[in-house]
Write a protein that binds this ligand. Structure first.
Ligand code: NAD
Length: 301
């Protein structure tokens, strides 16, 4: 068997065509969707990620605001910047590029972002909403994986899904999102004993560990769907995932490449969340929809 390739680049391109149409519809109604990206310091990798996000905004007609803050900026100044953006009606999404310098508490910063503009989906409210299946802004990487899975036409309900990696931004939300779709989910991590014993049972194997070569064919069930979230730079400069692609491709039914699989989808879903936020803001002006949505937040213990 040779796996069919799940092409994240192609899906991203298709989605972005639809985004441009949505932007036009919003603009006709006087709303220009806007995303603010806050970058603290000048970590080279973070600069590249922020650059990619801003480029994607330009491609889709979304206005982007790049807020660069010095590496020694105080936490209070970061929080004040977020507050200004929360109050700015022309901004529909706010994203703080992680990691932050150690003197700034990530949790405080993420919780300062208005839940209505939390397009990364990292605010505790949106994290909690994943548990109940009511998330407005699912985190971008697992959201992208979900759409990639949809392109296979295979229903995840009842399938054995094994997620390798249990981070807050990928593994845990991924597990919750597929549990919501009635998959049987196992989440493995660095302390899991005998990883292969779990992965071999997976109808759908999603790997987000950041360990090149972690998944070899002996760990994969014949005919499985394999999604490789990992992005690793090898000493020779090549970018690879966590899955031994060439070997596993011969056993799986579907597989994502790296690069060109999950990576492009992450940025695309950020734009999706930003557009959704702008559309919600537009509707709310007419229908008081935000008021209704706010109720569970206010009441939660
Ligand atoms: P992380 O370091 O926060 O978490 C890694 C997880 O993998 C942890 O739960 C850890 O316990 C687990 N793990 C590590 N070694 C393992 C092993 N040998 N066996 C089983 N589990 C193991 O990483 P993250 O932020 O979740 O990112 C994971 C990978 O995904 C990285 O390569 C990252 O670059 C990539 N990533 C890609 C995208 C994308 O858009 N494609 C987005 C986010 C992260």
């Amino acid at each position: 068997m040779t796996a069919q390739i799940i092409d994240g680049k192609a899906l991203s391109r298709r989605l972005r065509v639809g985004f441009r149409e949505r932007v036009e519809r919003l603009k006709e109604r006087g709303v220009a969707p806007g995303l603010a990206v806050i970058l603290v310091g000048d970590n080279p990798a973070s600069r590249v990620y922020v650059g990619n996000k801003i480029k994607a905004c330009e491609e889709c007609g979304v206005r982007s605001l790049h807020v660069g803050l010095a590496v020694d900026v105080s936490e209070a100044e970061v929080l004040a910047t977020i507050q200004r953006l929360n109050d700015d009606g022309s901004i529909h999404g706010i994203l703080v590029q992680l990691p932050l310098p150690p003197h700034i508490q990530i949790a405080r910063v993420l919780e300062a972002i208005s839940v209505h503009k939390d397009v990364d989906g990292f605010h505790l409210y949106n994290v909690g909403a994943l548990v109940t299946g009511t998330s407005i802004f699912p985190p971008c990487t697992p959201y992208g994986v979900q759409l990639l899975l949809d392109t296979t036409g295979i229903d995840v309900a009842g399938k054995n899904v094994v997620v390798v990696g249990a981070s807050n931004i990928v593994g845990k939300p991924m597990g919750l999102m597929l549990l919501q779709r009635e998959a049987t989910v196992t989440i493995c991590h660095a302390r899991t004993r005998d990883l292969a014993q779990h992965t071999i049972l997976a109808d759908i194997l999603i790997v987000a560990a950041g360990k090149p070569g972690l998944i070899v064919p002996q760990m994969v069930k014949e005919g499985a769907i394999v999604i490789d979230v990992g992005i690793n730079r090898l000493p020779d400069g090549r970018i690879v995932g966590d899955v031994c692609f060439d070997e596993v491709k011969k056993k799986a039914a579907w597989i994502t490449p790296v690069p060109g699989g999950v990576g492009p989808m992450t940025v695309t879903m950020l734009i999706e969340n930003t557009l959704r936020s702008a559309e919600r803001a537009f509707k709310a002006a007419d229908e008081d929809e935000f008021q209704e949505w706010e109720a569970p937040i206010v009441k939660s213990p």
